[in-house]
Unconditional design. Structure first.
Length: 444
């Protein structure tokens, strides 16, 4: 549990900490929540905040907003960390909050990184939120739908904080160069284009932007009392971006969805980009390869059966080589799948067949499809009416293979793309032959 002073001014703190906004007027970004007339702004201004969750990527102001609320509220404010606290600490805070409630004092409990609490720890908050002992404010980088207990989540308003724009970040950097808490009063020479470069590198994260500026200033060239930041120096400070990617969180599913849908839309450039994002974020190449195998049958299918072979081969290459060498094999498969002809007929066939398999009565296998492996089975007509296709001139047997209630049902409806056009011709010919054998003439 954190009991430190909220707005300490120690000069040895990181620049991002020194420049943390103290008021809503100093806060940058999130106009959709804090602009004039917006609900969150009104709640804060009126000191009538209710239990809420701040959800957004790192460095967009979740903790800062909570601390601004702390500075404005008349309620008791407790700053709590899910990283360093457990059930014992939670119960101690709840007891204090319950004591405050009996004397008519509200308690606002801010829980940073609330997604790190397990189910039991989150459940410990629930009764106190329900009876109003505490107003819970949680901050999380993870999707609350996945990480917060549904009972607790239903009692909280979720506010989604967005990544800061490049213009927002540039404004923050310029302010840090002018504000006495930052580098105000110090002669620092850094081109406007370099501030834009830092803003682009930070990818919406104020903490990253200010940390990068601090690194550049600390390592800048000093001469005659002035610090100069060159493009070459800044290039070293921004040599590698730490991409937002949690292999167990929402972004994992967002990126694989982007890859899948880009391939489906026949966009190899976008598909290769999303592949690169996943690999740079540390995704397991075998996971990606497994998804490509699925795509090969779900979205390409019989239109190009080589797609499945290539996807499986890419998986094997990833298994043999691993990263970083296997990136080109994954890219090979991704480009092939993106440009392959499309058919989801096989996918739709298994979807409909499984639906019927679940929803229909489990009818017995027709006698003509059963093997008569014993004398009794023969006496019971197992196998009676079976036609061995290879004994016929057409190499097709005139018999029904579906259960009686499903006879005539079509699951596989081939399209006209790529190789599936030939499959369609073959299937149409088979169906026409069967109909003719039964005296029905040509099929409609």
């Amino acid at each position: 549990m954190l009991q430190e002073t909220l707005f300490g001014q120690s000069e040895d703190r990181p620049l991002a900490s020194r420049m943390r906004p103290r008021t809503l007027e100093e806060f940058t970004g999130q106009d959709h929540l804090l602009g004039k007339g917006k609900i969150l702004r009104q709640l804060i201004d009126a000191d009538r905040v209710s239990s809420m969750i701040f959800w957004g990527p790192p460095g967009v102001g979740k903790t800062t907003l909570a601390r601004i609320i702390a500075g404005r509220t008349k309620a008791s404010f407790i700053d709590f960390s899910a990283v360093t606290s457990g059930i014992k600490e939670i119960r101690g805070v709840m007891e204090q909050a319950e004591h405050n409630r009996r004397f008519g004092e509200r308690t606002i409990l801010f829980v940073d990184e609330i997604h790190r609490f397990n189910k039991a720890q989150q459940d410990a908050f629930l009764p106190y939120v329900e009876k109003g002992s505490i107003i819970l404010i949680g901050a999380t980088t993870e999707n609350p739908s996945f990480e917060i207990n549904s009972a607790l989540l239903s009692r909280c308003k979720v506010f989604v904080l967005q990544s800061l724009s490049a213009a927002d970040l540039k404004h923050l950097l310029q302010n840090a160069l002018q504000d006495p808490r930052g580098y105000g009063g110090q002669p620092i020479e850094i081109a406007d284009s370099l501030l834009e470069m830092i803003a682009a590198f930070a990818n919406g994260d104020a903490r990253t932007a200010l940390g990068t500026l601090e690194m550049a200033v600390l390592n800048g060239q000093r001469e005659n009392g002035k610090t100069t930041v060159s493009r070459e120096l800044l290039a070293q400070c921004t040599s590698r971006k730490s991409l937002l990617y949690d292999k167990n969180g929402e972004e994992h599913y967002n990126l694989i969805s982007a890859l899948h849908k880009s391939m489906r839309n026949s966009d190899p450039d976008a598909a290769v980009y999303w592949l690169a994002r996943m690999l740079e974020g540390g995704e397991d190449p075998l996971y990606i390869a497994r998804r490509l195998i699925r795509f090969a049958s779900e979205d390409v299918g019989m239109a190009d059966s080589r797609a499945l072979q290539i996807a499986v081969t890419a998986y094997q290459a990833c298994h043999f080589l691993g990263m970083p060498e296997c990136d080109v094999h994954l890219a090979h498969a991704v480009v092939y799948l993106s440009l392959a002809p499309r058919s989801n007929a096989v996918y739709q066939a298994i979807l409909q067949a499984r639906k019927d398999a679940r929803g229909q009565l489990a009818e017995p296998v027709p006698m003509q499809l059963r093997n008569a492996v014993t004398g009794l089975m023969k006496e019971l007509d197992y196998g009676k009416g079976y036609v061995y296709a290879h004994d016929t001139a057409a190499l097709v047997g005139d018999m029904d293979c579906l259960p009686e209630s499903l006879q005539g049902k079509r699951y596989y409806l081939p399209g006209e793309q790529g190789s599936e056009a030939r499959a369609k011709q073959r299937l149409d010919a088979v169906l026409a032959w069967k109909q003719a054998q039964r005296g029905g003439g040509s099929p409609a």
